[in-house]
Design a protein around this ligand. Structure first.
Ligand code: SF4
Ligand code: SF4
Length: 93
């Protein structure tokens, strides 16, 4: 049964070195390595667009700072409320 999609992950292909650690560590298996090569000649990680729980495991196992940003639904909702009130709090891990 797929995990509840309570998160969202953004992967910056230009920072990704294609090591695959995030792919192997993601519990619901919602990451994969792209079949195409990036400008750096590696297969960058991609998000399937489904089933991310926002657990953050991929973020913590990634050796490349800035390659992965994880958003959690609750944080995004808080940020939306902040934006409505003129605030600008970060929503990512
Ligand atoms: S935050 Fe968790 S569920 Fe989402 S892509 Fe990363 S490891 Fe997978
Ligand atoms: S762990 Fe980081 S560097 Fe390795 S494939 Fe995933 S995003 Fe790319």
């Amino acid at each position: 049964m797929p995990a509840t999609p309570t998160g969202k992950v953004l992967i910056h292909a230009e920072e990704c070195k294609g090591c695959g650690l995030c792919v192997d560590s993601c519990p619901p298996k919602c990451l994969f390595l792209a079949p195409e090569l990036s400008a750096y000649g590696v297969h960058p990680a991609l998000y399937t667009g489904r089933d991310c729980t926002g657990c953050g495991i991929c973020f913590y196992c990634c050796p490349e700072p800035g390659a992965i940003v994880v958003y959690r639904r609750a944080a995004a909702a808080r940020a939306a409320a902040d934006r409505r009130q003129g605030g600008s709090h970060a929503t990512a891990l």
